[in-house]
Design a binder for this molecule. Structure first.
Ligand SMILES: Cc1ncc(COP(=O)(O)O)c(C=O)c1O
Length: 393
């Protein structure tokens, strides 16, 4: 008996779809509607007093709920709208004009991150993207070799978004620190499905968002910064809420707060944080270890079912190397995906990778059979062809 299926009633969309897309948009918890109502009620009845009565503190109070999922301490995580902003804040703490100007990343990193690093070439940065041979994994030895005394920042995804490959953050961080480089991990595709502890790993920075495994919806990104670094870092991407006394409204250079608020800038996205909190509470309640245990079982099962149906798998076969997503490469993948969506099978497709299918703690085993069977039927009946025609127009 799968105890975690008890949670299904908390996620209304599971009643009428085969929901296997938590790597992209986790299902909305039922209680999120109440939290959004609370936000509206507070604004409507408490008005300006809402800031003092909770809204100002949300950037860290809500961050603390993520902290317990990723192993950060209280007051060590601050909320931002998205990962791109968090990466830009980190980059704005650094300079690149000297000999130590290298940013080491992997070619399979999320494009947004790479766009930000390449923009730093204008400030003297040299960007090295470590290649992958198979489009799935990044050899650890190659990653470690790229990190040397000229490296300022190592930026890696914990779990690769395209292939679900898990990188060895501990080994990468150790190497980076040996040569005096800083490490930022994009943990968007691991937080909430693959256990991690930012402090045990020794990460300098971690960032992610809430749209996916955390079931928190859009607009609630987060940034962890190792507290030992706080006094040394002064983000250029800044604003009045990073000031030690924002309500003094002092002009002139920023006097940075001595806590995680120094990494804030302007007014935080309050409604997004209301929308996100239920997801964090549920993930904390369920526990990432339990989620991972089920995920390993279900992703292994899905790999088996898909391979037996004759499909190619474009993610690691070894469970220890694989995050929560299975990537199934089928002919006409984009069109098959469009047809699956039309039939209420919610998944997505990434070019050069395949159809990404992600069971989460609320998924049933039978749904894994159903999706593979549906893909087979769509291919056999050529039901995808109507979408090929639509694409051609
Ligand atoms: C690993 C990873 N990083 C970053 C993002 C997106 O970041 P942002 O919050 O800037 O939209 C995604 C997916 O949308 C992702 O999978």
């Amino acid at each position: 008996m799968d105890q975690l299926l008890e949670w299904r009633k908390e996620f209304p969309i599971l009643d009428n779809t085969v929901y296997l897309i938590s790597h992209s948009l986790g299902a909305m918890p039922r209680r999120t509607r109440d939290r959004l109502q609370e936000y509206a009620d507070m604004w409507s009845t408490r008005g300006i007093r809402s800031w003092e009565e909770g809204w100002w503190m949300m950037a860290t109070n809500i961050g603390d709920k993520i902290g317990t999922i990723i192993g950060a301490g209280p007051g060590e995580v601050v909320m931002h709208p998205n990962v791109s902003i968090c990466q830009s804040i980190i980059a704005s703490c650094l300079t690149f004009e000297g000999k130590r100007n290298k940013i080491v990343s992997e070619s399979l990193n999320f494009p947004s991150n790479l766009y930000i690093y390449h923009s730093l070439e204008r400030l003297g940065a040299e960007v090295v993207s470590v290649p992958s041979d198979d489009g799935i994994s990044v050899p650890l030895s190659r990653m470690l070799e790229a990190i040397d005394e000229t490296t300022k920042l190592v930026s890696v995804s914990h779990v690769i978004f395209r292939s679900s490959f898990i990188q060895d953050l501990k080994a990468i961080t150790q190497r980076a620190h040996e040569v005096g480089a800083l490490v930022v991990a994009d943990i968007y595709q691991s937080a909430g499905t693959v256990p991690l502890n930012v402090r045990e790993i020794g990460l300098d920075f971690a960032t992610g968002g809430s749209v996916k495994w955390l079931c928190g919806g859009p607009g609630a990104g987060y940034l962890y910064v190792n507290r030992d670094l706080w006094p040394k870092l002064q983000p250029r991407l800044t604003g009045w809420l990073a000031h030690e006394d924002p309500f003094a409204f002092e002009v002139g250079p920023n006097k940075y707060a001595d806590n995680i608020y120094r990494f804030l800038n302007g007014t935080p996205s309050v409604p997004a944080m209301y929308a996100a909190m239920s997801g964090y509470e549920i993930i904390n309640e369920v526990g990432v270890d339990k989620i991972r245990e089920k995920s390993i079982r279900q992703t292994a099962l899905l790999v088996d079912i898909a391979e037996n149906a004759g499909f190619k798998i474009n993610c690691p076969k070894n469970a220890a190397d694989r995050g929560g997503t299975v990537v199934i490469d089928v002919p006409h993948g984009q069109q098959v995906t469009t047809e699956l969506l039309r039939r209420d099978f919610l998944i997505d497709h990434r070019p050069g990778a395949g159809i990404r299918v992600a069971p989460h703690f609320y998924s049933k085993d039978e749904e894994l059979d159903l999706i593979v069977r549906e893909i087979k039927t769509i291919l056999e009946t050529k039901a995808y062809e109507q979408h090929s025609a639509a694409l051609a127009h």
